[in-house]
Design a protein around this ligand. Structure first.
Ligand code: COA
Length: 151
């Protein structure tokens, strides 16, 4: 079930984030420094996929007056490629449409799973930000242009 993060979920979300961060191919894929993770995660607005009372996937975002910025996405390693991120994105895109706000985000240029997720969904490349990440690689700035994954 997809739902908003509640206070009681905070510890589970931090634990999931740490599992993902510990096995991530490139630490630069996550924007947040180790020290800031907990505060960033807890300050963000978050949608989670709750499966058997476990947080197995999440999307954090910031809602601004005219824009919704996705700040992080993650799915538990053993639960990937099962459509959980896509399902949460569907929920968030529906919310954004109801608010009449575009969605946008930055993603590391080498992060193929994340880029593929967003491209499948219909995000388009707006521009790149050179040397944006600590490893000197660029960020792709993506915006959402249509409803739902491309056919
Ligand atoms: C990116 C990530 C969140 C995707 O989560 P997921 O739940 O596995 O994604 P989904 O199952 O919803 O995948 C939806 C689509 O995204 C694309 N995709 C997802 N993982 C992919 C991969 N490893 N390779 C290529 N395409 C991929 C596919 O188009 C997929 O559709 P398909 O399975 O029908 O082909 C997950 O790989 C992850 O947690 N990565 C580590 C954290 C990270 O890098 N986050 C991004 C920076 S904040």
């Amino acid at each position: 079930m997809i739902r908003k993060l509640e206070k009681a979920d905070h510890l589970h979300l931090v634990q999931l984030y740490e599992i993902i961060a510990n096995q991530i191919e490139n630490p630069a894929y996550f924007n947040w420094s180790h020290e800031k993770v907990r505060s960033e995660l807890l300050a963000a607005q978050t949608l989670i996929y709750d499966w058997q009372e476990q947080v197995i996937s999440f999307i954090t975002y910031r809602e601004l007056p005219d824009f919704i910025e996705i700040t992080a996405v993650g799915t538990a390693p053993l639960m990937r490629r099962k459509g959980f991120s896509q399902a949460i994105l569907h929920e968030l895109a529906g919310y954004a449409a109801r608010q009449n706000k575009p969605l946008g985000l930055e993603v590391h240029q080498d992060n193929v799973p994340a880029l593929s997720l967003y491209q499948k969904w219909g995000f388009i490349l707006a521009r790149t930000r050179a040397n944006y990440y600590p490893d000197g690689r660029d960020a792709a700035v993506l915006t959402y242009k249509k409803s739902g994954p491309a056919q």
